[in-house]
Design a protein around this ligand. Structure first.
Ligand code: ZN
Length: 269
């Protein structure tokens, strides 16, 4: 994920400054054919990274980005194209700030519970663009689920706007289900991909070592292949291969010290 930070300090939502305890993530898409991040995201003049962000995003000459007062909407992030055409994610609100993204349904509002991001739509038929923003969305959602200890497979945790409407916690919008299925994906696929990505992001050296130990133990128990029977009989008879206990562990990798030991035993015959 290419994650950039450009907080919407001028948006009234940010100025309201309410915070939530995030219980989920709501995925939106913009509903307009413009994949460029600069349409929605511009830094404030005076922002520390102003010139760096402007060169990354490019200028929006229409001044209709979301970093301005008077708007009734605000999300925590956008996924779309930088000025150079590469796909990136921009964080636009602190993740645990209360956003204005879902509207209200018959049972309440996901604004009180869900972190939100918009994926900038293009013409909806470009497979390459879809795959790039989908991947970015999976990685962002996985990162947030890990950060806020959320299970993406639990009902209502990772949902799109249209699912939020069905659950009674969002206004009646179709995103993202008017787009994802055009490229063979639905929100169940998305949740599964997020869960897989979380496993990958949470892989530590310690965990890897544990799995490696388990793998080596499995290999050690495997029986040797028939093609090496003659060589094994010879090596065992001369005492070059002794194994550990009654296990000869022919199928596990050999260490450099074991090679030295075996050569040494041979030289002593
Ligand atoms: Zn939406």
């Amino acid at each position: 994920m290419n994650l950039i930070r450009c907080i919407f300090g001028k948006n009234d939502c940010f100025k309201t400054g309410k915070f939530i305890k995030p219980k989920g993530i709501m995925v939106h898409s913009t509903g307009a054919d413009n994949p460029m991040l600069r349409r929605y995201v511009q830094p404030m003049v005076g922002y520390a990274d102003y010139s760096k962000l402007m060169s990354l995003l490019g200028d929006n000459p229409n001044n209709n980005d979301w970093n301005r007062p008077g708007l009734k909407v605000c999300v925590h992030g956008f996924i779309g194209k930088l000025a150079d055409g590469k796909v990136a994610t921009v964080q636009t609100l602190p993740w645990d700030m209360r956003g204005w993204h879902s509207g209200t349904g018959k049972s309440g509002s996901a604004n009180n519970t869900h972190i939100s991001f918009e994926i900038c739509e293009d013409g909806l038929s470009d497979r390459k663009y879809f795959e790039a923003v989908y991947r970015e969305a999976v990685e962002l959602t996985a990162m947030l689920c890990l950060e806020y200890d959320l299970d993406p497979m639990k009902p209502g945790v990772v949902i799109c706007h249209s699912e939020g409407y069905k659950r009674g916690i969002a206004s009646n919008h179709g995103d993202v289900m008017h787009w994802f299925p055009k490229h063979g994906k639905d929100m169940d696929d998305f949740r599964k991909d997020v869960a897989l990505e979380m496993e990958e992001q949470s892989m530590t050296q310690e965990k890897f070592n544990e799995m490696m130990e388990a793998y080596l133990a499995q290999q050690a128990k495997k029986a040797p292949s028939a093609w090496s029977a003659k060589a094994r009989a010879w090596a065992e008879k001369l005492g070059i291969v002794k194994g550990t206990g009654n296990q000869l562990e022919y199928k596990r990798p050999v260490t450099r010290e074991e090679v030295a030991e075996m050569l040494y035993r041979f030289s002593q015959k």
